[in-house]
Design a protein around this ligand. Structure first.
Ligand code: SF4
Length: 462
């Protein structure tokens, strides 16, 4: 088979570089290019830009590609960071899936066999023994993957090319996650030589987690509490979540109106997804098979179970993660309600003042010092220090409005100035964060006069 460099995990590819000692690959200057390419390959896989890696131009290049794959496995094994490993495995497998979808049927038959899924070409479909199918799809088995939904005839299942390739992707992921165990001395040597690269890989894996969370997008993750964000990103990166964390995610999503199938899909995007186990857990917790729909645990339970990663300033004002989500929904209220709640939090009934108050930030506010911002007619962007930050609540009609206030200062003013109530916590949290760390923060603000007091109206932060 040509183009083996595209499938470096196949037995054929291993044969092409066999006999090479791992120590030699690590130390011999002859393999410097392969080692450099291995690092590039890992960085590209973690940050999901493998297509930028280029392609080999001749046979020698192809061998370097194969060796770089081998060496990348050495690094992953020594590093033993499950997030890095899972992102690499997932990206490499997605690349393979895209490539296999372009391959001729005969090549697919060969590669399937090498991956332990022997198939026979029948017309334009691929015939596979049902026992092989069951083993190969053990992590898929929802909906269309179920054997009953595929149809079995004479113990055989028929798959079209895309379906077969999707199954192979699962197998490639598993294969890439199963790393060779290195002799202790060799592992230590790899760690010593490549620790700066490994640290940067961990940073990239973290950034990818954050991106994955944003891209999930169907829920408003900007409103999710830190506990939800942490465990969901861990899940996305293939970290094996303990049961209390899975229980929390499932009950939280159920409370936000997600049905069990939706939740299954969310779990299915995790590289370590085990369908049968997960389905049982989800359907039990959501009440589909148990008849009991469990409530989302409170913060105190989550803290005692080790699920709370440590809250932020808003967490200190609430006792339940769902309250966090609701408080973060302030921006979704109508302008009229937002203004009324601002007035209630401020304890002011100056109707004219609140009716004229802008609620959202312009995109083109000029950068100014705090002193200049105080003299300006409109909003300014100001880099400021947070002298004081405090979470507060006001009870209105039996319900709490949870808000924050801060005092902002820079070296162009003598005295700090207090903000109007901050009800939008996506503006308040960067201020709390800056205060905790003693860092400056960029805000867009408008100077206002409430009664006799000069105040700062924060329109954006962070
Ligand atoms: S305090 Fe509550 S809402 Fe905040 S992170 Fe912890 S468990 Fe989640």
């Amino acid at each position: 088979m040509s183009d083996l460099w595209r499938y470096p995990f196949l037995p054929d590819a291993r044969k092409a570089v066999q006999g090479l000692e791992l120590e030699t690959l690590l130390d011999d200057p002859l393999y410097g290019e392969a080692r450099t390419l291995a690092i590039e390959r890992l960085n590209a896989a973690i940050s999901d830009r493998l297509e930028g890696l280029g392609v080999p131009v001749d046979a020698r290049d192809e061998e370097t590609y194969l060796l770089s794959f081998l060496f990348s496995r050495l690094i992953l094994s020594a590093q033993a960071d499950s997030k890095v490993i899972n992102w690499v495995a997932l990206t490499e497998a997605l690349r393979v899936e895209a490539t296999l979808n372009q391959e001729a049927a005969a090549v697919l038959v060969h590669i399937s066999g090498q991956l332990g899924v022997p198939v026979k070409l029948v017309g334009e479909s691929f015939q596979v023994d049902y026992t092989v199918y069951l083993t190969a799809t053990k992590n898929l088995r929802t909906g269309r993957w179920k054997l009953v939904n595929r149809g079995v005839a004479d113990g055989k299942v028929m798959l079209d090319q895309r379906t077969l390739v999707r199954v192979l992707r699962e197998i490639v992921v598993e294969h890439l996650q199963a790393l060779p165990e290195l002799p202790k001395d060799l592992g230590q040597k790899v760690l010593e030589r490549f620790s700066p690269d490994m640290e940067s890989m961990q940073v990239m894996a973290k950034e990818r987690e954050e991106r994955a969370l944003r891209e999930l997008g169907r829920l408003d993750f900007g409103k999710a509490p830190p506990c939800f964000a942490k465990h969901l990103t861990d899940l996305q990166a293939g970290v094996n979540l303990p049961h209390p964390a899975r229980f929390f995610l499932t009950t939280f999503l159920t409370a936000l109106g997600r049905d069990p199938e939706d939740i299954m899909e969310l779990y299915a995007t995790a590289p370590d997804f085990k369908e049968s186990v997960t389905r049982y857990q989800v359907e039990h917790i959501t009440g589909k098979i148990s008849g009991t729909e469990y409530d989302t645990p409170s913060c105190s339970s989550l803290i005692s179970q080790g699920v709370c990663p440590g809250g932020n300033a808003l967490c200190r004002e609430i006792v339940h993660p769902l309250s966090y989500y609701r408080v973060m929904a302030e921006r979704e209220k109508s302008d009229e309600i937002r203004r009324r709640r601002l007035a209630q939090a401020a304890g002011s009934d100056d109707a004219e003042f609140w009716a004229q108050l802008p609620l959202d930030s312009p995109s083109d506010a000029p950068q100014r010092s705090l002193a200049a911002a105080l003299d300006a007619d409109g909003p300014s962007r100001v880099t400021t220090q947070v002298e004081h930050f405090r979470g507060r609540h006001t009870k209105v009609d039996g319900k709490y409005i949870r808000w924050a206030s801060a005092r902002l200062v820079d070296d162009t003013v003598v005295k700090s100035l207090e903000t109007l109530p901050l009800l939008q916590w996506e503006r308040a949290l960067p201020l709390a964060h800056a205060k905790e760390r003693g860092e400056a923060v960029e805000v867009t603000l408008l100077p206002v006069k409430l009664g006799e007091q000069r105040r700062l109206h924060v329109l954006a932060a962070g």
